[in-house]
Design a binder for this molecule. Sequence first.
Ligand SMILES: [Zn+2]
Length: 258
Amino acid sequence: MALSSMYLFLVIFLFTDFLRGDTIEKKVPILCYHRFGTEASDAMTIKTDAFAQQLAWLKSNGYTVVSLESAIKYLKGETESIPSKSVVLTVDDGHKSVYAHMAPLVIKYRIPVTLFIYPSAISNAKYAMTWEQLRELEATTFFRVESHTYWHPHFKQEKKKLSSSEYAKFVDRQLRGARQILEEKMGHEVTYLAWAFGIYDDELEAKAIHAGYSAALTIDDRHATPKDSMMAIPRYMIVSKYDIKAFGKIINKDRRRK
Ligand SMILES: [Zn+2]
């Protein structure tokens, strides 16, 4: 008797685990890169060779690089499913090494990449890409430009310096202003935002929605799940100290056993 009820428990346990595995398992690692180069000159510059190794690792470990849009649609419950081993690649700041070092590999692997751009730097700062280069990258169909605020302000510091009405206007200019110029320059809708310095709070989330964004991303170092606020979707910042083992550990971190 005791034994048969134990079996029953086991069956129920395995069955609910199976159901749970089917519905909850899709946690998506969204990666955030910054710069690339022949040398890892600082924490945020990934050696081009190391990046190539990461792409090869993803491929040989059965990961599919999906577009940020497909991942967000899945997280919002707008699409039923994405591949169970999905990963998303994003790059912040529009550094020129994205054009020179990253793009050839992205084109070789034919994977989607989202670029979070703050327009004040484009065709202006020495380190940044030009509008022409961004358009050229989008023309490959592998790249998509979205917003990273207008000039990458530190919202916490600005909040301390400005009166509350000045701050409200400032935030609106940074969020809405960036969308407007990016849409004008790129010729398509811009509705995703990456928080500058990963700084966000409830007030900023509300303002982002008001400014027309449908999703915003942080650098909170977790896999994204449908339970996350769509205005604070976590990403992993990929830094140069990660070897391929550390990289694999991050990607596989939240995977349930199958
Ligand atoms: Zn940034």
